[in-house]
Design a binder for this molecule. Sequence first.
Ligand SMILES: NC(=O)c1ccc[n+]([C@@H]2O[C@H](COP(=O)([O-])OP(=O)(O)OC[C@H]3O[C@@H](n4cnc5c(N)ncnc54)[C@H](O)[C@@H]3O)[C@@H](O)[C@H]2O)c1
Ligand SMILES: [Zn+2]
Length: 365
Amino acid sequence: MNTETRAAVRIDVETGTRSSAIWIGEGIAEQLPSLLDGHGIGKRRFIVSSPVIWRLHGQQLQHVGNGGEPILIPDGERFKNLQSVSRIYESLIRAGADRGSAIVAVGGGVIGDTAGFAAATYLRGISLAHVPTTLLAQVDSSIGGKVGVNHALGKNMIGAFHQPAVVAIDPLLLKTLPRREFRSGLYEVVKYGMIASRELFDRVARHTKEIFAKDPDMLLPAIVESCRIKAKVVSEDERESGPRRILNFGHTVGHALEAVTRYRRYRHGEAIALGMLAAADLGVARGALAERERQALAQLIAQLGPLPTVSDLGTDEVLEAIRRDKKVVNGRLHFVLAIEIGATMTVDDVTEDELRGVLKRLGLR
Ligand SMILES: NC(=O)c1ccc[n+]([C@@H]2O[C@H](COP(=O)([O-])OP(=O)(O)OC[C@H]3O[C@@H](n4cnc5c(N)ncnc54)[C@H](O)[C@@H]3O)[C@@H](O)[C@H]2O)c1
Ligand SMILES: [Zn+2]
């Protein structure tokens, strides 16, 4: 056992508005009260979680909240809405939460985004700490300060930027995570490899089995490296005016697949895996990416497990969803292409015909 990798790692996100400290280590969630004390945050701490997560992990995290009973909202994408936010406000107001209070979000991306939006808006903003409990939340959604909820007419339509003061990433919390959810997060790890680190990509490819077994010697460094990449990108560009767009690799087609299947068929990472295959194919078609690099990606994605089908989806509806996406700015679609494993470029001249070809080759109707 390597003790070096077991010590907590700290990564800072520095944006214009504030800085966040990301702490990663086994058992770190239990140390949260002292971490928050150390950062001078929230004399009263209100936990927001879901009944499922709290049943699994509440006992060990009970001591983190001192604002009374945890505020439990149902999780699942369809509860990521203003009604859940309103329930959080209600509990905070009834308990007399003030500007010195903090929200501690314990859960996956749904809980983090919803509780984070409540923290961004309650009394014009109170402190926020994240304790992410899915791999996706540990490597992605808890970092970067994007918070928000869905509207009946569109996903993530309501939101804010609100940097968490502290993110406590504890891989031990993943022990109870269903395999499919774990895999969904792993595709985002592969994405970080694709955009910024061949070494990370290779590590996931070589040690897939150990990572699925949650062997800390393999899983922990993969989480740390992913967080480093995201933290660096976000520090350079908090509000996604330029560099942060590379995080959208695979997300143009991925988001469209999620939208046309109403967020029911794919876990987020699964849609992104398909989106990465599409982006790699486009890269090859444009001569920007070598075919063997595309094959390495396809091979790794296949090795991680099965993906839900695309074969019944129509190219036209997916193209329509791409057009409606937020990545279209002033009528131009910003598309992130891989030029090799570990490096990207952004283009804004992708035509519908090119996209149609890519979607057909991905297996759509
Ligand atoms: N803010 C951002 O930057 C950002 C980035 C990416 C994704 N997101 C958002 O994140 C959400 C998806 O997040 P997610 O994939 O974490 O899904 P999720 O929050 O829906 O969690 C997935 C499932 O796992 C269960 N679960 C969570 N932790 C568990 C644990 N430790 N053990 C057992 N079960 C557990 C939950 O109950 C839930 O059923 C989407 O709404 C997406 O929009 C936000
Ligand atoms: Zn994503």
